[in-house]
Design a protein around this ligand. Structure first.
Ligand code: BGC
Length: 772
């Protein structure tokens, strides 16, 4: 009987949906009153504890749907008359961010899986795995009542200090774009929408709501927009979130050139655009620019739009156009299809997936005869973060997870003998120290980590006597609203440097080894201390299964196969953008606002132009600590049999990768291209393609084929406003990282003008860009 009722209700909801789907969106729009139209282009908000009530803050409209999915970032308005449900939007890049409990459902929990953070994910370079994660993510969202995921985030890692780099993929737009597209495909295969964000050039957090990003058209096109274009072409995301910052003088959300001329007219984007939360200033300009939906929506915005239409300053047609963009996507959502979410996603299966992805994204930076090690070794587990392992960053990228596996627990679970005296002394220390940390003022403030525990030399020698190996974890966290600092964040504190030195001395003196685990969200300094360790494993912020995943790699259960999606510089100032990151205040005497939502007008000039990440280091021959694409394995690989075919629409390279070592492992083969000098200067080389092999047993090979389209070989000429290929020799380099090239082949290409674009998004004033 129950089954019959269920079947009937599914049938009814399906037929209601198809009626809606078939009826022309424009027909729906005709039935809306002006007021209803206005409420369709603004959302209904979320409560931000400590912010929404503050007098300085813009007030979010909290609509009737506030409680549909508590803790979600926002919803759309429900239009009862037309049977239009409220659509639910939830963060974020590492897991669904909703409240773990609901008042109306006491006893039930709604924890989400904390997957590895975005940088850890992109370090896998494994597109199918990323799609799997997107699918699992999408399913959790759907089963928890979410219609749109506010992810993936794919802003470029322009500088190591970017506070949200952990939410972003890479310093390279091709890697970022491909990973984002793979993720979007996974999410949307579950029938919920993905939202690519933050569009565009939102690469720092300081004063982000009043920051003017001044960037040249070529750098915008080749570096900052390129990943979004790839994600849109290949992933077809249902939504785009415009960013907080201005781009060359105009807020992204009010920027007609960005949102209409480029996104709609040039790129033919068919989804809808929403603002970032409370972004921009002028709701009417946002409507005109093509920012279809204002999130989370305020009464002031509703009033401004309504009055503008009534007074003839905003054509109702524009509202209709925006609503049409929105509704075309809403019609596909679970809420519109009347999907009854179970609230029971398969958290068990996702636990395993989160662990697998975490291991696959770990990057082995150094290994001198110690890894993998067996669980017969007695481990001295040092470092606060070995016990308080960090799953991910803070702010909207945070996840309400059911549990967190620390490294200590990971070792225990794998049957290791971990020095108990140390465990107890760390636990007592951490408890005491935590008590001294003042509570956060705003929930999204970055966490304050417990200071590193110090040991005397004598104690460390005793520890070295009693254990076989030392494992020390170094942790870092960051999040929204703040960029990281050079001191005590990018650079290690003196205490941290000292303790690494002391452990190294004590253990090496006794002929024992020392392993360092990096549990960090973004790049740190490694050059001055890396010689102290025998092995360094970069675990990133690997999600809730952190401890298990790290031990999977240390113990050799999984051979590490992650590679760096960012360069590790020697010094922070070696990164060219450090010169102007995170921008400067227009009025340096302005007092800092108390409320972090109230940013001060400032500007950040992207003087390095296209020379971001390895494009800068390689071209200007600046030494790095670890180059882009770097990552070791327990086994070794050999590349051979390179062949190349030039086709009308691109170039295909094929080669062989063989496992020549003793362990089964996977290799990430990378294709870089050196373009001819031609009419305009180019970076020394650029990543154009990559592939990860399957798990290869010792002695086994895989043939790899990578096709690179002409468009991907082109550069943007901002004088002629066109994408071009210069005539000449193109060197295709195949290797295991940007500095380790095994095979090379030259291809001659003729001159091509691939696409003429309009002159868009030009800086208001001339930028003195870095030249070779
Ligand atoms: C963040 C977005 C996020 C939104 C909703 C903003 O502060 O920048 O990434 O999706 O909040 O939580």
């Amino acid at each position: 009987m129950k089954k019959a009722i269920l079947f009937l209700s599914v049938l009814i909801s399906l037929s209601l949906y198809s009626q809606k789907n078939n009826s022309d969106v424009q027909e729906l729009i005709k039935q809306l009153s002006l007021e209803e139209k206005v409420y369709l282009v603004i959302g209904t908000g979320m409560d931000i504890p400590g912010i929404s009530q503050s007098a300085q803050a813009p007030q979010a409209t909290v609509g009737v749907t506030k409680n549909k999915v508590p803790g979600a970032a926002g919803t759309s308005y429900q239009i009862k008359k037309l049977d239009m449900p409220a659509i639910v939007f939830a963060d974020g890049p590492a897991g669904i961010r909703i409240s773990p409990t609901r008042e109306n459902l006491p006893g039930e929990t709604f924890y989400a899986t904390a997957f590895p953070t975005a940088t850890a994910l992109s370090s896998t370079w494994h597109l199918d795995l990323v799609t799997l994660m997107g699918k699992a993510f999408g399913n959790e969202g759907k089963e928890y009542g979410i219609d749109f995921l506010l992810a993936p985030a794919l802003n470029i890692h322009r500088n190591p200090l970017g506070g949200r780099n952990f939410e972003y993929y890479s310093e390279d737009p091709v890697l970022s774009g491909k990973i984002a597209a793979a993720f979007v495909k996974g999410v949307q295969s579950e029938g919920i929408g993905a939202t690519i964000k933050h569009f565009v050039a939102n690469n720092s957090e300081t004063n982000r709501m009043a920051l003017n990003t001044i960037v040249g058209e070529r750098a915008l096109r080749e570096i900052y927009l390129r990943g979004f274009k790839i994600a849109i072409d290949e992933g077809k995301p249902w939504a785009v979130m415009s960013s907080y910052n201005k781009i060359n003088g105009t807020y992204a959300s009010e920027n007609h050139q960005l949102l209409t001329n480029l996104l709609r007219d040039e790129w033919k984007y068919e989804g809808f655009v929403m603002t970032d939360w409370f972004a921009g200033k002028d709701a009417v300009s946002q409507m005109k620019a093509g920012n279809d939906l204002l999130m989370p929506g305020t009464e002031q915005q509703a009033e401004a739009i309504l009055n503008a239409v009534k007074e003839g300053r905003l054509k109702e047609d524009i509202l209709d156009r925006n609503i049409e963009n929105i509704l075309r996507q809403y019609l596909k959502t679970p809420s519109f299809k009347n999907y009854k979410s179970s609230n029971k996603p398969d958290l068990e299966a996702n636990k395993t997936l989160a662990r697998n992805i975490a291991t696959e994204g770990m990057v082995l930076l150094k290994n001198e005869g110690i890894l993998p090690f067996k669980n017969t070794l007695k481990v001295a587990l040092l470092g606060v973060t070995s016990y308080e392992t960090i799953a991910g960053g803070t702010g909207s990228g945070d996840v309400n997870k059911a549990y967190m596996v620390s490294l200590e627990e990971g070792f225990m679970n794998a049957g290791f003998d971990v020095d108990e005296l140390m465990v107890n002394s760390y636990k007592t220390y951490i408890e005491e120290e935590k008590g001294k940390i003042p509570p956060k003022k705003f929930f999204f403030e970055p966490d304050v980590l417990v200071r590193e525990k110090l040991w005397t030399e004598e104690e460390l020698y005793k520890i070295a006597d009693e254990n076989d190996v030392a494992v020390f974890t170094l942790g870092r966290t960051s999040g929204e609203f703040k960029d990281r600092t050079a001191e005590a964040d990018f650079y290690l504190t003196d205490e941290e440097k000292n303790i690494l030195k002391q452990i190294s001395e004590a253990f090496h003196n006794k002929g024992k080894k020392f392993v360092i685990i990096l549990n960090i969200g973004g790049v740190i300094e490694t050059a001055c201390w890396k010689n102290l360790a025998d092995a360094i494993l970069l675990a990133w912020q690997p999600g809730q299964e952190a401890g298990n995943a790290i031990v999977d790699v240390l113990s050799g259960k999984v051979t590490p196969s992650g590679k760096l999606p960012v360069t590790f510089p020697i010094m922070l100032n070696d990164v060219y953008s450090s010169k102007n990151f995170p921008g400067k205040l227009l009025d340096p005497s302005a007092p800092a606002p108390e409320n972090p939502l109230m940013a001060l007008p400032s500007e950040e000039i992207y003087e390095e132009g296209i020379y971001v990440g390895y494009r800068y280091f390689d071209t200007f021959k600046v030494k790095t600590s670890y180059p882009f694409g770097f990552g070791l394995s327990y086994t070794s690989f050999e590349y051979s049999d390179l062949s190349v075919k030039t086709k009308n629409d691109g170039v295909e390279v094929a080669f062989n990768v063989k496992n020549t070592g003793k362990y089964a492992g996977k290799e990430i083969a990378q294709v870089y291209v050196i373009s001819p000098k031609g009419k305009i200067e180019k970076p020394e080389k650029e990543l154009k393609g990559f592939a990860k092999t399957n798990l290869l047993n010792p002695g086994k090979s895989e043939s790899v084929k990578i096709f690179i389209k002409n468009g991907e070989l082109a550069y943007y000429n901002d004088h002629t406003t066109s994408w071009n290929i210069d005539r000449g020799d193109y060197h295709f380099l195949i290797g295991s990282n940007s500095q380790d090239i095994s095979l090379t082949v030259n291809v001659k290409l003729k001159e091509m003008i691939l696409k003429k674009t309009g002159k868009l998004l030009s800086p208001e004033r001339k930028i003195k860009e870095l030249k070779q």
